[in-house]
Design a protein around this ligand. Sequence first.
Ligand code: ME8
Length: 481
Amino acid sequence: MKKNQKNKFYITTPIFYINDIPHIGHAYATIAADTLARYYRGKLGEENVLFVTGTDENSQKTINAAESKGMDVQEYTDETAKKWQDTFSKLGITYSRFIRTTDDDHNNTVRDILTKVYENGDIYKGIYEGLYCVGHEAFMKSEDLIDGLCPDHNKAPETIKEENWFFRLSKYQDKLLKYIEDNPKFIRPESRRNEVLSFIKNKGLEDFSISRESQSWGIELPFDKTQVAYVWFDALLNYVTAAGYGTDEFKKWWPADLHLVGKDITKFHCIYWPAMLWSAGLELPEQIFAHGFFNIEGNKMSKSLGNSVSPLDLVEKYGNDALRYYLLREISFGNDGDFSMNRFKVLYESELANTLGNLVSRTAAMLKKYNNSEYIVNLDVKSLVGLEDFIVNLEFEKYLSEIFSRLTALNVAIEDNKPWELIKNDKKKAVEFLSSVALEIISIADDLKYFLPDTCESILKIFNDGRVDDTVGILFPRLDM
Ligand code: ME8
């Protein structure tokens, strides 16, 4: 079998911190992964796709959030993880597993891998003194601070001095550099790959601390009960737990095909993670893709600005598909972008309500009026070619743009052919023309269903097997209605 001819597809999103409820940025990665999972299920069969998302719970942030609410940590994590699950369900995310790092099987994975890595000689004891940023859940260098503050979180890191266990990351530097150079598709997009390469070449890899002495919440080290695992060492391992580590399933799913992450966490995924896997004797994932970040109306999304957008508020008002469409159409997937309510409404009105919704409703209405709701099913119509490359390469915006050009062309063809005139003296031609439009809409819905699942289900119901069903409501109601 050729390498790019897959027989299974295992895709992951980042697992999210639970110090807050999901915002639109979290929905972004998850919706993109969901779109790919739906596509691969169609290609490879339901049983051959594993799509994992979840929550990253064993962190200092969790403890702080629970404390600030006066709650017990376990109670807090249960309550908050449930909110994340509910949100993703309401967003129509078809995950195979929602993993929590407090799950028992994950605890076992972390302890097992820590033992392997320890026995392999890659873990040693040392003293760490450094600046810890809880926002990043990582140590920072003083040269990375601006006026003493972490530039991403606008807070001064804490100075921590602890006796910790360290992972010999430095040992893997040359191997990792060579691997990334030899495998141009391992890290995508290219810009992120280059960043990682220059980081390794210019800064070099230093061993990092993989445990916390002072933290009370987390996974206990198997070889030192006084310490818990560092949250990133623990969190990354969720990917192998969810693949069934320690069971027969694992052979089927591992290595993962795609880790979808945001550009903020490439260092952990592209540097720490491969070294950890090698040390544990496991294969590396096929690809890590880092998507861009977006601002909200031109400003960075932040708690202090209070400008974070709730995906649930949006879908309540506009529907799941409108949100999916906006996010994957507006922002080119590997690049940064901006979330703007004005643009959201423009795309909703112009592309979803007008181009798509109107095309469907006018075609259905004319068939009803001119031919008793029937259309001819055995006509040859063209289908769009070359779309698959776009989705496989995560060029979602190009995929959608192709489809919308075709929908626009169909609207133009209706204007040009004027079925409302044609019907007066050539019914056969009018019905044939409208039938061919209906068949093309069906074929497009088949390509579009990964992106707009609810809408395409409705479209396929409207044009079902030679008859128009006019009981299905309007696809995208006008915003002023
Ligand atoms: O980093 N634009 O979790 P996290 C686009 N627990 N995407 C955004 C975004 C924005 N403005 N803000 C957040 C963690 N994201 C760790 C991950 S994985 C083993 C552990 C998305 O809750 C983006 O995908 O901070 C980013 O990588 C992720 O949320 C970070 O979520």
